[in-house]
Design a binder for this molecule. Structure first.
Ligand SMILES: *[C@@H]1O[C@H](CO)[C@@H](O)[C@H](O)[C@H]1NC(C)=O
Ligand SMILES: *[C@@H]1O[C@H](CO)[C@@H](O)[C@H](O)[C@H]1NC(C)=O
Length: 186
């Protein structure tokens, strides 16, 4: 029992010991040169459970809001910071910028956009642990295209087709039954 307790506390301590902090600039251009700008720097990160994301706010008005892969520019009711205002006179990499931290609990994808910055459709988004199917590039593109409605149209059209296919199948089953019935009669 003692050994089990030790193993358990070691397992609980290990993630803490190796926890990394991912510094993400909000309202900062991610291209080299450390300029103020739109979006997140970097705009893709891969933290693991126990790591922490530190959102560091740059000049202007910015807020970090959690969204979904399908609707990149709409809050999903999850994580959401207040609107943070930093004066335009403050240099991009000044010390002591306002910072808000978020603990990461697993490696599932998490999606964010800068709501107060207002440039989500121009690509002010952050992808945390994107996958091959749900990539950061597709998430960035999703903000300015009507992905949701085109998907819905496709689904409606294909369900119409599968319905007519089912009717066709149904009538042939009915035909076969009729043949069998007639055959048994004779
Ligand atoms: C991780 O868990 C903590 C504590 O429950 C919670 O406050 C935080 O929002 C979670 N992180 C994410 C990314 O959901
Ligand atoms: C449904 O079937 C019709 C007729 O076979 C076809 O013209 C149409 O393209 C199909 N639609 C889809 C979404 O597959």
């Amino acid at each position: 029992m003692v050994h089990l307790t030790h193993a358990l506390s070691l397992a609980l301590l290990l993630p803490t010991a190796f926890a990394a902090e991912y510094l993400v600039g909000v309202g900062k251009d991610e291209r080299p040169g450390a300029r103020k700008g739109m979006g997140f720097d970097p705009s893709v990160i891969h933290p693991v459970a126990g790591d922490v994301i530190a959102f560091e706010f740059r000049s202007g008005q910015h807020s970090v809001v959690q969204s979904t892969f399908e609707n990149p520019c709409t809050g999903n009711g999850g994580f959401k910071t207040d609107v943070v205002t930093v004066d335009d006179s403050i240099p991009v990499d000044a010390p002591g910028l306002p910072t808000i931290r978020l603990a990461v609990n697993d490696t599932n994808p998490i999606w964010f956009f800068d709501e107060a910055g207002g440039l989500c459709k121009q690509g002010a988004v952050l992808a945390v642990n994107p996958t091959l199917e749900q990539s950061a590039a597709a998430f960035k593109d999703g903000g300015d295209s009507d992905t949701a409605s085109s998907t819905a149209t496709g689904t409606a059209a294909s369900s119409t087709n599968s319905t007519s296919a089912a009717i066709k199948d149904g009538s042939s089953v009915f035909g076969a039954l009729l043949v069998a019935l007639i055959a048994s009669f004779w």
